[in-house]
Write a protein of this length. Structure first.
Length: 562
């Protein structure tokens, strides 16, 4: 095969390995099985189409697989028992000339190798290889664990080994040939277009009259009409090996195949192409599941984003319609600067305000400090409440829409972050610092700076906050919705110092700065849920998976037709 073909199949393998199925365990298992098949069989076969064939002997518990393998080889190479599972460790028997190939990591790289006689505790996680001159060069026999084993690992290994086969020797009995599990594997063989030899083992005289014909009928219906069927009579209790005459036809068939280089090449090419075609169908199903997961992840992301956008809007609304300025806040401000009746003319009001404040030049006026503290506390509370509400809504939605994901997530996500109080306080401090900087930058001439000093910078800052929070949409000329006459006094105070246009710009800048800071804080809170949605969206996308499968199948078909 060309380097391009190997590269595209490797690309498919990597795409499968990188595909995440966070909420579908069966899809994860299926993807893992496909990766194993590519590693165990497809890539090694594509790299060397003329390498020895691997004939995997599979079947149900008690079907006599191991006994059959021993009889074909003519010596005791694999051990069976009466305790289930009867075959615990896979055993591969190959001609010494082929041992290097089957002992290499190119074939079934995920299985450790043991050589020679079985140990005291055979492991289903290792492959025992046996060299025997009784097996013809060019073809090896592998006695696999029972595909219906009571041991989960044995069943999984049996499936993995069958997926790595060039040829299946499928062993069943008159008592088991119609079992659904048998046909699950045989239907899979038909779908893969793999060469299959079916051995009906332990057939007594009564079964001989009807079972072989019924089995052939079922094979034809399953698309395996051209598969070879051998019938092995029941030999009763066997002390050592089955009589040669019972297995000679099977032995001859395998020997003939091993001796025919062209036939071996044709079988290998047909099987690997069939495996890739079958792989393509299975990848399509996985890609569809992945697409649905991506869509669900996108929907979940939209809901979470919407919850935190609502939280941002909640703060914006609460700081834009005067609700943040409770009556006691405005009353304290009024106690300090007087009422709106005080400024029938700006200059008259200014003089009265200066006189009222004069006694506080050397310190921070207590009423102003109280107003500032109240506003800070109100803004802080609104921010914290919005973050808590967004977290609660999101956690609740996860519980109804994705309970498995929520179960896997950090329970701390049920509420706002542990540091929300500190972060909200820092937001208020930084925003106020920005107000001070805006006021200082706007104070251009000496007369303006003198007026600021006469009132005190903190008084001007509080006045600007009142203007920002009392307006429904920032300052827009004379059309201003103000929460109470006391806030109007604050606005007039600012206009006396800076002018109407400058105050409008200052308020708009302060409003925008607050909005940006709130958005950044809510984005930080929202980011806590990224690991949840990342579980659904990370890894290979459905489109990338489909593209990789199409490229691999196209290259293999092109190579096969060359």
């Amino acid at each position: 095969m060309t380097e391009m073909t190997l590269e595209s199949v490797t690309g498919l393998r990597d795409a499968l390995a990188g595909t995440e199925f966070s909420t579908d365990e069966s899809a994860r298992v299926e993807a893992g099985a496909l990766v194993a098949q590519i590693d165990d069989y497809i890539l090694p076969r594509l790299a060397n189409i003329d390498a020895p064939l691997l004939a995997v002997v599979g079947g149900s518990t008690g079907s006599g697989k191991s006994t059959l393998v021993n009889a074909i080889v003519g010596q005791q190479v694999t051990t069976s028992g009466v305790i289930r599972p009867t075959t615990r460790q896979p055993v591969l028997v190959a001609n010494p000339a082929d041992s290097a190939w089957f002992n290499s990591t190119r074939v079934l790289p995920g299985l450790a190798r043991e050589q020679g006689e079985a140990g005291a505790n055979p492991s289903a996680t290792s492959l025992r290889t046996v060299a025997s001159g009784a097996v013809s060069p060019g073809l090896a026999l592998l006695d696999a664990p029972d595909f219906d084993s009571i041991d989960d690992r044995n069943r999984a290994l049996a499936s993995q080994l069958l997926a790595a086969a060039d040829l299946w020797v499928f062993v069943t009995t008159p008592a088991r040939y119609a079992d659904q599990m048998v046909w699950n594997f045989l239907n899979d063989a038909a779908g893969r277009d793999i060469e299959v030899i079916v051995v009906l083992n332990r057939v007594d005289e009564d079964a001989l009259a009807t079972v072989p014909d019924d089995l052939r009928r079922m094979m034809a219906e399953a698309g395996l009409g051209e598969a070879t069927l051998y019938t092995v009579p029941d030999a009763g209790q066997v002390e050592t090996l089955l009589p040669d005459n019972l297995v000679q036809p099977i032995r001859d068939h395998l020997h003939s195949l091993a001796e025919d280089t062209a036939a071996r090449r044709a079988m290998a090419g047909k099987t690997v192409l069939g495996a890739l075609t079958s792989l393509g169908d299975r990848v399509d199903r996985l890609a569809d599941l992945r697409r649905r997961q991506e869509e669900f992840g996108g929907q979940l992301t939209e809901v979470i984003d919407a919850n935190y956008e609502r939280a941002r809007e909640q703060v914006i609304d609460a700081t834009s319609d005067g609700n943040l300025l409770r009556q006691e806040v405005l009353q304290r401000w009024q106690d300090f600067v007087g009422t709106s009746d005080a400024f029938r003319t700006i200059e008259r009001w200014y003089s009265l305000a200066v006189d009222r404040i004069g006694s506080f030049f050397t310190g921070r006026p207590a009423p102003v400090r109280e107003v500032e503290t109240e506003i800070e506390a109100g803004l802080h509370a609104v921010v914290v409440d919005a973050a808590e509400t967004a977290a609660t809504r999101t956690w609740s939605h996860l519980g109804s829409a994705a309970p498995e994901l929520r179960a896997q997530s950090d329970p701390a996500l049920a509420s706002a972050s542990p540091h929300i109080e500190e972060r909200a306080a820092e937001l208020v401090r930084q925003w106020q610092a920005g107000l001070v900087e805006t006021i200082q930058n706007t104070a251009g001439d000496k007369r303006m700076k003198a007026r600021i000093m006469s009132f005190g910078l903190n008084v001007i800052t509080v006045a600007l906050m009142l203007v920002v929070f009392a307006s429904t949409a920032g300052l827009t000329g004379g059309e201003i919705a103000i929460a109470g006459g006391s806030a109007v006094v604050g606005q007039k105070l600012l206009e006396t110092i800076f002018g109407e246009d400058a105050v409008r710009r200052m308020a708009q800048q302060a409003r925008e700065d607050l909005d940006v800071r709130i958005a950044e804080l809510m984005a930080t809170e929202r980011a806590r849920f990224l690991p949840v949605t990342d579980e659904l969206l990370r890894g290979t996308t459905s489109a990338e998976l489909i593209a990789a499968a199409e490229t691999a199948e196209r290259d293999v078909r092109a190579q096969a037709g060359a």
